[in-house]
Design a protein around this ligand. Structure first.
Ligand code: FAD
Ligand code: DLZ
Ligand code: SF4
Length: 517
């Protein structure tokens, strides 16, 4: 230690791995100490996918090395350190016992439960605690609250336009480049044969990652997911390479095939940067600007650049705004009163429904699935089957290496389950098998027939879609975007309605009896 008195003890959390982090700003390497800790509480508050834990611990260790190389004093507790207390609170307390600290500084955490704990430290430890704004996000949570005030509906599209103007991205003065804000009508092409999809980034495993992989394989054996092969970038330098590779090789077709799903092609033309954005190795503004630059250089069309930028400065910031606007109540929302337990095949992939089988298998292998797999296959099924939002939230938080509650929960409770009663989505994203058949090749190899609407061979999404509408009629019928479907249902013959009812009941019975469905 260079001085016996520590002026600032700066706690850096595992998803705060950015050189530009607000808590690092103005830190004096001679008088201040950085604390980073691998803690049991964080690795097990849900039983995260093995790859997610390995990724984050390796990225944390690399980041700490980098801080030391830059002259900072860093106290780093590894998970297997015998003195490790297992929690942020315990590790801070241990540092306070070890050093004479004047003040704690930390950047606002990403999750509500961590913030609540942090807020008690000033009193409990009798020390000033400064919680600094997380300036890596493009919209502060108080700015979002201001935007949301007095609005009946919080539509992402309007928020997104504000962000485009604020950061002057793809703008021509006050107008959007090309004359439109949104080019989604040009996107969403079905998959076609013979697409030349580039291979994903394959990172190398260095000594630090090797050690972490060995630790995770020993300590987290009973967690979901495959640890090997491990290919994530774990440093900023490598994450920048993932971004560059995306811009050069995939962005061109990002818009066109954004919603397409092909068996054996988990990565498609997506960017695979959410892992790095969410832990801080990449910054949202640099990703959006890289896409904008590629457009101006004539490397990619406007629909691709705009579509990608909208996800980053629109959706990502918007869901964070919703999270901080609505927590803690958001976690308990269950507008549709869904109660079913999560079917076991979400863990085992053991289902005859090929779409779900493929998406769970890829999730288990990669700790990744792209947006439409999450939304229209895994999410859609959970919505149609009426699975309890708490269980669905927990599953999504566990299985993806990019999952933190602030981003996972609005997507699950708001976007897929309509558990917030329509705050985030104007109608439930419910769909029958036709949508999956149009946007994927999954149905070709399925045990069920997507063209059959009822009967033993029928695609379960087909009858469950109607069963979902019928079950939730009192809550959904008044929604003008859905009312038409009730009219269609009412025009069906009694035979068809009763077949839907019987097939759905039989399907649920088989799930409950642990039969393969
Ligand atoms: P791309 O398709 O290349 O998109 C680029 C970036 O845009 C992403 O990296 C991400 O940062 C951002 N983005 C896109 N859509 C969203 C969105 N709806 N919300 C927030 N950011 C978005 N994203 C997470 O980062 N963590 C999660 O835990 C998470 N859980 C999800 C759960 C469900 C049910 C659904 C429907 C979506 C979820 N998403 C989540 C959003 C989205 O699916 C992922 O961000 C995306 O699949 C990550 O892959 P990518 O980096 O290749 O994204
Ligand atoms: C997700 C995660 C995991 C698995 N492990 C750690 C850890 O050991 N130490 C740490 O600082 N952070 C970890 N994280 C990320 C935290 O859960 C995250 O920082 C909080 O949820 C706040 O967003
Ligand atoms: Fe999924 Fe139905 Fe297609 Fe099978 S037929 S892959 S269950 S959508």
């Amino acid at each position: 230690m260079r001085t016996s008195i520590i002026k600032n003890l700066c706690l850096i959390l595992g998803d705060q791995l950015s050189d530009s982090l607000s808590s690092l700003n103005g830190l004096n390497p001679d008088t201040d100490l950085i604390l980073m800790c691998e803690v049991w509480d964080e690795t097990t508050y849900v039983k995260h996918h093995k790859k997610k834990i390995a990724f984050l611990l390796s990225a944390m260790r690399h980041f700490a090395e980098n801080l030391k190389d830059n002259g900072y004093q860093v106290e780093y507790t590894t998970l297997d350190n015998p003195d490790n207390t297992g929690s942020f609170r315990g590790e801070v307390q241990r540092a306070l016992q070890k050093y004479k600290v004047e003040r704690i500084v930390v950047t606002h955490p990403g999750e509500y439960r961590v913030l609540e704990d942090l807020k008690t430290w000033a009193k409990d430890f009798a020390i000033p605690v400064e919680i600094k704004e997380d300036e890596r996000f493009l919209c502060r949570s108080d700015t979002f609250k201001e935007w949301a005030k007095n609005r009946k509906q919080l539509r992402m599209e309007y928020f997104y336009r504000e962000m485009r103007k604020k950061y002057s991205i793809l703008m021509n003065g006050n107008d959007p480049l090309g004359g439109q804000w949104n080019y989604d009508t040009e996107n969403r092409k079905p998959p076609k044969q013979g697409l030349n999809i580039p291979p994903p980034y394959l990172g190398e495993i260095d000594e630090i990652t090797k050690e972490v992989l060995s630790l995770v394989s020993k300590r987290f054996q009973n967690h979901f997911g495959d640890l090997a092969p491990f290919y994530f970038a774990v440093t900023r330098r490598d994450a920048l390479q993932v971004l560059a590779q995306f811009i050069e090789q995939r962005l061109n077709y990002f818009g066109d095939y954004q919603d397409a799903m092909i068996e054996g092609e988990p990565w498609m033309y997506h960017s695979h940067i959410s892992f790095y954005l969410n832990c801080g190795l990449l910054l949202p503004i640099e990703c959006a600007q890289a896409a904008e630059k590629a457009y101006h250089q004539g490397k990619v069309p406007l629909n691709a650049a705009e579509g990608f930028i909208r996800q980053i400065i629109g959706w990502r910031e918007y869901v964070r705004g919703i999270y901080w606007l609505k927590m803690p109540d958001y976690a308990a929302e269950n507008f549709l009163e869904a109660k079913r337990s999560l079917p076991d095949f979400y863990w085992t992939a053991n289902t005859k429904m090929n779409c779900l089988h493929q998406c769970v298998t890829e999730t288990k292998k990669n700790a990744y699935a792209h947006h439409i797999q999450r939304l229209m296959v895994l999410g859609n099924f959970a919505l149609l089957a009426g699975v309890d939002p708490k269980q669905v939230n927990e599953w999504f938080l566990i299985v993806y290496a990019d999952a933190y509650e602030w981003v996972e929960m609005p997507n699950v409770s708001g976007m897929i389950l309509y558990a917030d009663g329509g705050l985030l989505a104007s109608k439930p994203y419910a769909a029958g098998g036709n949508y999956i058949n149009k946007m994927s090749d999954y149905c070709k190899k399925c045990n069920y027939k997507v063209s059959n609407k009822t009967g033993a061979q029928a695609c379960p999404f087909n009858y469950l879609y109607w069963d979902f509408l019928v079950r939730n009629r009192d809550k959904l019928e008044s929604n003008p975007r859905i009312a038409m479907m009730y009219k269609t249902y009412d025009r069906m013959g009694a035979d068809k309605q009763s077949a839907i009812n019987n097939d759905s009941a039989g399907f649920f019975q088989r799930i409950e009896a642990d039969e393969m469905v």
